[in-house]
Design a binder for this molecule. Structure first.
Ligand code: NAP
Length: 650
């Protein structure tokens, strides 16, 4: 056994075989099969079960009950052997049979290029292989002379802080809110939740087996981030209710000077050797420029600034916007309002996932918590089901005849399924079908989860208005046909300032140029989405072209970025250089690569507007890469791509 504790736990687990078998009934077939083959090594189980697993989601499992029962007995046998012999649980992936295992687990071929990524994601040993180790541990005085300023204590800032703390790097996190959580702290609108499965939308180094839903609600995600802060004692590094107003690179001291505003409006300055922006892309609410909006007589607020003092029950609510936020708000309030008028500029596609509405039963939690490695394989299964498998179908087939509506045969097939789903939900109403069906290809805008949105549209107290808004009056919203839609409350589900990334911080780099001078109002660019020429020792998490738009989890991406930044910091600290800066050549080469990759991808499609691209049609927010590509691009920080400035006293 790896530890006495493990052995005791195992002995306890197998002490009542009947109870164990009963508990195992809640296990999904694919991850349990992985546990069985990994621990027992009997690959014949793969041949027996694989034909019944038709795809990567648990609802693709068609294994007969008798076979499942037999498998549970075999799992109990194996666990008993480990408990009796005290043999160590293997914490390595069984490479000799891994391809067959992954194929059986997902119902698909998992190419070998994914194995390093899978090794990190599954992390059987629980040691986080992405952790950046010192090559030559710096002397304490060297570490004490280097400090990092992190802006923001959401998922990214906390993840960055955890890794710096592990490495012994000094840092301070400045957070404008009163607590951690970022997006998950600020967004409290009714229905708030995530549409990436949570056992995967979570740090790879802190699996959580206690999510109440497969797609968790906002408060649980906020609690998870908080739990990580407490678990790692990170809170002492965070200054709350303070906002970074500006950052200036001082060429004499080769340090960043930050101006920080306290809650009471007073400001102070601090310096840092390096800065990590962890403010994200979806933080500053975009308030639409609609004539007369300020004249509205009732409460009007953005989804990210939900006014909980405005009681919507029994009221006429107008909601502008039908993106991910609006799509969650609508069904959450429809039942309680007297009338919900939804102003739609363009519809989104929304896909149904049966797990979206399911809670994680206590017996499923038991399996996740108690069966060795089950939670790891469960996480992998979710990774595979919701990441790269569809990416290649988002490319335009040059010979495809119907490019306005679809991109290729697979995309057309998805469109057919989505249309069938809309029809099945609102089938009796052709006008509603017309309004709710996008004319652009699936995935052109963010693919949403149908959380009973279409069903809600059919309710008698809901109106979907697809005429453009002319102006707002004190009594309500007036559309282009001069109709006044009376409202008591106006909800702005209108998204975020994704084009002006890092705004409103004033960031002045080497030579005095600000980042907005370089990016303009809507063309942010960074090497790998992380570093920017003329901005030394400045790193961005969730920066330009890093939004995952085909699938995957933002947490996966941020962990890739944290690893890369940690290597950059290691390079600086170990070498004793004062600054590093991305050279223009690799920076521009990367920009060309990104733009070239986007050229044929769905997000550049001419027939769709989205927050992924700017007014010139350049995709600035979406990543063109598969997760495995971005992992490989960011796996190793290449010092040859950077200009280093020695310390003044070197
Ligand atoms: P969004 O996707 O940008 O949607 C904004 C909506 O407002 C769109 O329907 C847009 O119409 C409309 N709009 C904007 N300005 C308007 C105007 N002047 N007049 C009329 N309509 C206007 O914003 P979001 O819904 O807040 O979502 C942003 C992102 O946050 C998502 O894509 C997702 O990445 C993340 N998010 C995730 C979740 C989740 O995990 N479940 C939940 C919420 C948000 P057009 O489409 O025509 O531009």
């Amino acid at each position: 056994m790896t530890t006495t504790m493990d052995l005791e736990q195992l002995k306890n687990l197998v002490s009542d075989r009947e109870a164990l078998l009963n508990n195992l009934e809640a296990a999904d077939t694919a991850p349990l099969l992985m546990v069985l083959v990994h621990l027992g090594g009997d690959r014949s189980w793969l041949d027996r079960i694989a034909p019944h697993i038709k795809g990567p989601w648990s609802f693709h499992d068609e294994t007969p009950d008798a076979l499942k029962a037999e498998m549970r007995e075999a799992v109990a046998d194996i666990l008993e052997i480990y408990a009796e012999t005290g043999r160590a649980l293997p914490t390595e992936l069984p490479m000799d049979i891994l391809p067959q295992m992954l194929k059986a687990c997902t119902g698909q071929v998992v190419p070998a290029e994914y194995f390093p990524l899978i090794n990190e994601e599954i992390d059987l040993a629980g040691t986080d292989p992405k952790t950046v180790q010192w090559r030559k541990h710096p002397a304490p005085e060297k570490l004490a002379a280097f400090n990092v300023l992190v802006v923001g204590a959401g998922f990214s800032g906390v993840g960055m802080g955890i890794k710096m703390q592990e490495a012994g790097i000094l840092f301070t996190i400045i957070e404008k809110n009163e607590d951690v959580g970022g997006t998950w702290y600020e967004n409290t609108y009714p229905g708030i939740g995530v549409d990436t499965a949570n056992h995967f939308y979570s740090y790879s180094f802190d699996n959580n087996n206690d999510w109440d839903h497969f797609f968790a609600k906002g408060d649980q995600i906020e609690a998870y981030i908080k739990r990580n802060v407490e678990r790692t004692s990170l809170r002492k590094h965070i200054r709350f209710s303070e906002e970074v107003l500006s950052l200036r690179w001082d060429e004499a001291s080769l340090m960043w000077h930050a101006e920080i505003c306290r809650k009471d409006g007073t400001t102070y300055q601090i310096t840092a050797n390096a800065v990590v922006s962890a403010v994200g892309m979806l933080n500053r609410p975009k308030v639409p420029e609609i004539k007369g909006l300020e004249s509205f007589s009732g409460p009007a607020f953005h989804t990210a600034r939900w006014d909980h003092s405005a009681d919507y029950r029994g009221k006429r609510v107008g909601m502008i916007g039908t993106g991910a936020s609006g799509m969650q708000v609508g069904p959450a309030i429809q039942n309680d309002v007297s009338n919900l008028t939804i102003f739609q500029r363009s519809p989104h596609w929304a896909m149904l996932n049966p797990l979206y509405f399911e809670t994680v039963t206590e017996s499923k939690k038991w399996v996740l918590n108690n069966i060795p490695f089950y939670t790891k394989w469960f996480r992998f299964q979710l990774f595979w089901s919701s990441s790269d498998t569809f990416h290649h179908n988002l490319k335009v087939d040059p010979n495809w005849p119907d490019k306005k509506h679809t991109l290729n045969a697979a995309n057309a097939e998805v469109r057919k399924q989505l249309e069938a789903h809309i029809a099945s939900e609102v089938g009796h109403d052709p006008e509603l079908i017309r309004k709710a069906t996008p004319d652009y290809p699936p995935y052109g805008k963010r693919m949403l989860r149908d959380n009973h949105w279409y069903r809600m549209l059919t309710k008698p107290n809901v109106d979907l208005v697809d005429l453009s808004i002319d102006h707002v009056e004190p009594e309500g919203v007036v559309t282009s046909d001069c109709t006044l839609h009376p409202c008591d409350i106006l909800v702005l589900a209108t998204g975020f300032e994704t084009r002006r990334m890092l705004w409103p911080m004033q960031i002045e780099g080497r030579g005095g140029a600000t980042i907005l001078d370089r990016w303009g109002d809507e063309d942010p660019r960074a090497h790998l989405g992380i570093t920017v020429p003329e901005f030394p020792n400045f790193f961005v998490i969730y920066g330009p072209n890093t939004n995952l738009s085909h699938g995957g989890s933002a947490v996966f991406h941020l962990e890739c970025q944290v690893r890369y930044i940690m290597q950059g910091l290691r390079e600086l600290i170990e070498s004793g250089n004062a600054a590093l800066e991305i050279k223009p050549e690799p920076f521009w080469a990367y920009q060309e690569k990104v733009d070239a990759a986007h050229r044929d991808l769905v997000w550049s499609h001419g027939g769709v507007t989205s927050w992924y691209k700017n007014s010139a049609g350049r995709v600035h927010a979406a990543s063109p890469w598969r997760l495995v590509d971005y992992r490989n691009l960011t796996e190793v920080f290449n010092p040859a791509e950077y200009e280093f400035t020695p310390a003044a006293n070197a």
